[in-house]
Design a protein around this ligand. Sequence first.
Ligand SMILES: Nc1ncnc2c1ncn2[C@@H]1O[C@H](COP(=O)(O)OP(=O)(O)OP(=O)(O)O)[C@@H](O)[C@H]1O
Ligand SMILES: [Mg+2]
Length: 249
Amino acid sequence: MSKMEAPVIEVENLSKSFGTNRVLKNFSMKVPAGKNLVILGKSGSGKSVLIKCIISLMTPDDGLIKIFGEDVSTYDSDALDKLRARIGFLFQSNALYDSMTVRDNLEFPLRRHWNKEQRAKSAKQAVLEVLEDVGLAHTIDMMPSELSGGMRKRIALARTLILQPQIILYDEPTTGLDPITGREISHLILQVQKKYNATSIIISHDMNCINITSNSVIMLIDGMRYAQDTFAALQHYDDPKIHEFFLTT
Ligand SMILES: Nc1ncnc2c1ncn2[C@@H]1O[C@H](COP(=O)(O)OP(=O)(O)OP(=O)(O)O)[C@@H](O)[C@H]1O
Ligand SMILES: [Mg+2]
């Protein structure tokens, strides 16, 4: 991989308003291949809106979104479907199906994106592999209600991994977990980055998670990319709007 390689995700001058509420204002960013980019911003700053624009669940008012070098606004629904199979999305709520076993939850994405022969041949192995990735092979026949919060998060991550996505979007992956479990999930995100060479956007306000997972951090403030730097460097900025994120009391 050369340094000249195009970014996997590129956002240029993205703007999005709801009525008079201007959420994103000329927001731009690039996510290089294989990197973890964290988006840090206050509640209501537009983090989820940004992610929704990237996966075309929302249409921007203005600006350009390129994924794998292509302008996604030109895609028809077929092309979008294929693109979405290459993008894993870990919901804050996990979004597991409560009435299905772990195995059935993990096989669910395969029903949409693999044909019958592929599933007959490889589904079992794929389920086992992602369960091993997240350290929960023994839960295969359990129901989500029998799992702890941290385990459910791992299963949701396993389901995200089963289609071997090249891009993973994490929405608050450690929120609601205790600090130790949160740290385990953060380390799992790092392992996934290495094993799958995934390019990821991680939305988080969890300083430990950001410290562990980020290659680079964008501060989303006033709808703009207010600053971008490493986590370590951002802590030493004098700017009060940045500084307040790092106050511990
Ligand atoms: N579908 C919508 N219709 C109208 N306003 C919306 C819609 N979606 C988001 N907004 C507004 O856009 C702003 C940004 O919302 P967003 O959900 O992106 O915030 P966030 O940064 O993800 O916050 P949180 O950390 O609380 O999840 C908010 O003011 C919200 O009310
Ligand atoms: Mg949000």
